[in-house]
Design a protein around this ligand. Sequence first.
Ligand code: LLP
Length: 435
Amino acid sequence: NDFYQVNEQGHLTIGGVDALDLAARFQTPLVVYDVANIRQQFQSFKQAFSQQKVDYAISYASKAFASIAIYQVIDQLNGHLDVVSGGELYTALRAGFPMSKVSFHGNNKSKSELLLAVQNQVGVIILDNFYEIKLLAQVLEDTHTQINVMLRVTPGVSAHTHKYIQTGQEDSKFGFDVRCGQAEEALQQVLANKNMKLIGVHAHIGSQIMETAGFKLEVQKLMQMLKQWDQKYQYQASVLNLGGGFGIRYTDHDQALQPETFVEQIVQEVQNCVQQYNLKLPAIWIEPGRSIVGTAGYSLYTAGSYKKVPDLLPYIAVDGGMGDNIRPALYQAEYQALLARDPQAQPTETVHLAGRYCESGDILIEKASLPESYPGDIVAILSTGAYGYSMASNYNRVPRPAVVFAENGHAQEVIKRETYDDLISHDCFYQENEE
Ligand code: LLP
């Protein structure tokens, strides 16, 4: 089995640490990352690129899971970092992440966020719209600084999971439209601004993509655009940033491609286009988020109530749910669960694995196949490392779980569990006004 490891006692292990010990030591609900798996995923992308003759950067899309500890690991791997808010940028600063390798994204960056990015000289600001070009121009003028920028464009390709579509995709809140001339207008504005250095173009076609066709189409569209920009403006991009979206395995239903497959086919398509259009070969950047941290993450819960429903499936409730993983409720995302004490045990019953939140939709897994379990059992859900903790909330005033990094048989808390006092730390008593 490639998807999880067990020790001699037959217990689930994560990063060489017994999951039952993790649950006992750090309590549940708990998010645990197998750090070696994160490194491995990153290295797979890296190796695939280094076998091709191209300049490249792998920029971890940190919205998938952002924390000081993961930024440290990405830095050790010589990765770049994508941030999409002042908060992620601030976390990167405090982690000591090299600012020259940070890309700043977002469709409505505020002036103060842009100022933070400019003052700290992030590697590149990815411009999304005309309002932002103006805002940034102002910030650069006020601070007498210059900065690298890219243009985020919507090339008219959007890949949705298993299929890619070529119509309607321009209807997006992100980026400059290519077809109706917005991208070209943006190019003119940026080229005319002496404080902005345009290093390339960016596009992102979707997430959890399971095939390469959409990426190839994206490359073709971007390269056609760059050919025109070369002819008309003698502008040649040094960076082609193709975004993220590389799909992963959540359950047996998912046939995920290897990072190598994506990279090889993307690079090949770029090389074909470069030849065809007689352009110089740009550096190729990608922004994987999910595929770096997704399968490395495990959610550990303690099973509690078991509710029988006449003629229908029973509910097993755990001590977490939509507050630490909203993906099932939000996207009908599917996951696989197992019992930490015996992951290999044959399933004997089908149950709904329910969360503890006050909402009927808070079901982590519908129709989960599980062996017989008891209250107090530790239930592990696999592949929760991307967009789980990062989208967590305090709904029902439930504290967010702790996050632990496990590697080489050692485990370390990297985000502390929230306390009740944390929950009220921003609350103020209301002072009623007499009149
Ligand atoms: N680059 C850009 C510009 C993006 O917008 C995204 C994701 C990524 C990179 C990383 O995509 P990834 O490699 O992780 O697929 N919350 C959703 C996913 C939202 C993705 C948004 N953008 C989920 O839980 O499935």
